[in-house]
Write a protein that binds this ligand. Structure first.
Ligand SMILES: *Cc1c(COP(=O)(O)O)cnc(C)c1O
Length: 350
């Protein structure tokens, strides 16, 4: 049976969080001399001399409206990376607890595990990039606290089958984190609507991909209000700056523009995939639910270096499991994709 109180680290359970000036005063006032801010202003035209809302309520209200998730089930981090780190810090006792990942996958789960001195068990995806539940069962221990699933998965691009994830959600007593950084490019249903059914589910999303805002650093974790409560307790008090909150609110009002970009990128993904298949050097273009393609080449290193010489950088994934000879290529603008294909044509003629 899932029991959050047993899952959380004891020191986090008893932690008394930092209480800011604005946390302690609630009410009406117009002279704020409680936070040692600079009352005169700042050198900027727009001042930013006041500390931002620690719980980012206005941003969360917009996200809540779009995602149909209550405000108290939304956590905002300085990128998803902050949410990933906080999940380790809240739920995994260094040197004792363990987690599971399914490689090849996003590298931050492993880095964060290493930073937090948490043992990471790797259960490779099958050759069709799906979960291997039998091997998973063998590595699970009573102190396995988190299972990290990335769907659509980076770098393979595919979505993970729902039934396998459901099986884990129903049978695992720790947290199941589903990283949906690329969900907007997929036809698969998000797991957000399943939060009501699973107290052990955490869904990660981000403004870095479909929303086009990698530079502002804003990631979301959606979970039960109790899990979100722990993340809020441990996060730095003002983890999302005022300019970022303002920019997020503005962008969240432009969902139409974002949807147009998603349509364009998904179309370009198909055009690019078809075009790549025409090349003799291309052995395989994997199906993608994301804004990138995993492509297997006869001579990945040669292609990679040739592209770099022509000012085009792609991601070399040829040294990760199941991705031998593979480059991960982000779908660019139509012009960028055309230039990529032209470079590949000239490589072909060498
Ligand atoms: C790009 C990416 C993210 C985004 O991380 P941010 O810190 O929000 O920019 C998260 N997860 C995966 C799998 C990604 O590929």
């Amino acid at each position: 049976m899932f029991n959050l109180e047993q899952l959380v680290r004891p020191n986090i359970s008893t932690l008394k969080p930092y209480s800011s000036a604005r946390d302690e005063f609630k009410g009406e006032a117009n002279i704020f001399l409680d936070a040692n801010e600079n009352s005169l202003g700042s050198p900027l035209v727009k001042w930013y001399n006041r500390y931002p809302d620690p719980l980012q309520l206005k941003v969360k209200e917009k996200i809540s409206f779009i995602k149909k998730v209550p405000v108290d089930q939304i956590f905002l981090g300085n990128g998803s990376d902050e949410a990933i780190d906080l999940l380790f810090r809240c739920f995994c006792e260094p040197g004792i607890d363990e987690v599971v990942v399914f490689p090849p996958t996003y590298g931050m789960y492993e880095v964060s595990a290493n930073i937090n001195n948490v043992k990471l068990n790797k259960v490779p995806l099958t050759t069709t990039f799906q979960l291997d539940l039998e091997t998973l069962e063998q590595v699970l221990k009573p102190n396995t606290k988190i299972i990290w699933i990335c769907s659509p998965n980076n770098p393979t691009g595919n979505s993970i089958d729902r039934e396998a994830i459901e099986m884990i959600l129903n049978n695992f007593d720790g947290l199941v984190v589903i990283d949906e950084a690329y969900i907007n490019f997929s036809r698969q249903q998000s797991w957000l609507s399943d939060l009501v059914d699973y107290p052990n589910l955490v869904v990660l999303q981000t403004l870095s991909k479909a929303w086009g805002l990698a530079g502002i650093r804003l990631g979301n974790a959606f979970a039960s209000k109790e899990i979100v409560g722990y993340l809020n307790k441990v996060k730095p008090p003002y983890n999302i700056s005022e300019p970022v909150q303002e920019l997020a609110i503005k962008s969240l009002e432009e969902i139409g523009q974002v949807n147009d970009m998603i349509v364009t990128l998904v179309n370009e993904r198909q055009i690019l995939a078809n075009a790549l298949l025409q090349y003799e050097d291309v052995l395989e273009v994997y199906p993608s639910d994301a804004n990138f393609l995993l492509v297997r080449f006869k001579n990945a290193a040669g292609v990679y270096n040739y592209l770099v010489e022509h000012g085009i950088v792609v991601r070399d994934r040829s040294n990760v499991i199941h991705c031998e000879g593979c480059l991960r290529i982000t779908v660019g603008t139509p012009l960028e994709n055309k230039k990529l294909l032209e470079s590949l044509s000239s490589f072909n003629k060498l």
